[in-house]
Design a protein around this ligand. Structure first.
Ligand SMILES: Nc1nc2c(ncn2[C@@H]2O[C@H](COP(=O)(O)OP(=O)(O)OP(=O)(O)O)[C@@H](O)[C@H]2O)c(=O)[nH]1
Ligand SMILES: [Mg+2]
Length: 329
């Protein structure tokens, strides 16, 4: 008898209950949240479509038809910034999405890692400078990246050197959420094996992807977060098309043989990932970035003297100002 195909559940498609909002709240939640996401992955894995599907509107239009004379030439990686305001369950989110076209598309991609690291560090440095000012700028906008969605190509094998290197190099600066892009190109069984292989690689190479279980004080949430971790890397299918049927509007990808409803959690993990990113775990992502990743960076930086002197200088300035004020009295 032929072995039966794994059930949808066993491929990690998320039939889990909707995650509870984290017990954490972020201090800015009432005013609305500032949230920054970065999309990284090789060309054609669906970053643009992901962004549009995530925001439920066309933030980036489809590209124009390529010029055949130049289409094969890989452009250097760049950073494209998109700003969108979303309203999620009563919370206003000022979302900035940084897309990184050109990542991993050249013959030698080593420069991309450095460029990404420099970009992320530059946002940390901005906060460091801001924190050490005597007078804070009230309108300062935080640009630290709270989540990096890394698109793994749906090869069906395991992680490639490019994937491993990216996660290894950036994991200590940013919350990395690995996803399998264009997951509909794999069968149920292939996806299950691919997810298993990736999970094995993540463990073997000790890759620092975002650990949903970083806070183990809330045992109920811990159970749920373990379940979410079990689904990583999330299988992602995204689309530009909305179809009206008797049940209302559904977002679909159409094929000669049928359709995939991308918000159906039995078909892919997109809906769960969206909920985690923009609802249940948004405060966790921001808090972990500010309290752990940024603090670690700050400590390292101050230890090597990068900003320490500036801060000391400003403290001295403060003291001198105060002394000068007294002597004038
Ligand atoms: N099969 C499949 N195709 C997809 C999916 N998402 C996007 N695509 C298609 O893949 C192609 C590339 O999608 P984009 O969203 O433009 O990909 P990108 O990562 O922004 O690509 P570059 O801008 O070239 O780096 C388009 O033809 C999309 O329609 C998906 O989930 N499954
Ligand atoms: Mg694109």
């Amino acid at each position: 008898m032929a072995p039966s195909a794994p059930s949808i559940n066993s491929v990690g498609s998320s039939r889990m209950a909707t995650p509870r909002p984290s017990s954490y709240r972020h201090k800015s939640e009432k005013r609305g949240m500032t949230y920054n996401i970065m999309l990284v992955g090789q060309s054609g894995l669906g970053r643009r479509t992901f962004l549009n599907t995530l925001c439920e509107r066309e933030v980036v239009p489809p590209p124009e038809a390529p010029n055949p004379e130049t289409a094969h030439i890989a452009d250097p990686m760049k950073f494209d910034t998109y700003e969108v305001t979303l309203e999620e369950e009563g919370t206003r989110i000022s979302l900035t999405v940084i897309d990184t076209p050109g990542f991993g598309d050249g013959l030698d991609n080593t420069g991309c890692f450095k460029q990404l690291q420099d970009y992320i560090e530059a946002q940390f440095d901005e906060v460091l400078v801001e924190e050490s000012r005597i007078k804070r700028n009230r309108r300062y906008r935080d640009h630290r990246i709270h989540a990096l969605i890394y698109f793994i190509a749906p090869t069906g094998h395991s992680l490639r050197e490019l994937d491993i290197e990216l996660m290894r190099r950036l994991g200590e600066y940013v919350n990395i959420l690995p996803v399998i892009g264009r997951a509909d190109t794999l069968t149920v069984e292939e996806l299950a094996v691919f997810k298993q292989n990736i999970t094995r690689d993540l463990e073997y190479y000790k890759l620092p992807v975002y650990n949903f279980c970083w806070d183990d004080s809330d045992t109920e949430a811990l159970e749920e977060n373990r379940e979410i971790m079990g689904l990583m890397p999330f299988s992602v299918v995204t689309c530009d098309e909305v179809l009206d049927n008797e049940y209302g509007s559904v977002r679909v990808r159409r094929y000669p043989w049928g359709t995939i409803e991308i918000d159906d959690e039995s078909q892919c993990d997109f809906a769960l990932l969206r909920y985690i990113l923009l609802n249940s775990h948004i405060a966790d992502m921001i808090n972990f970035t500010e309290d752990v990743l940024y603090e670690n960076y700050r400590t390292r930086k101050l230890e090597v003297g990068g900003f320490g002197e500036a801060e000391d200088d400003e403290e001295q300035d403060d003291e001198q100002d105060a002394a000068a004020g007294k002597s004038q009295e």
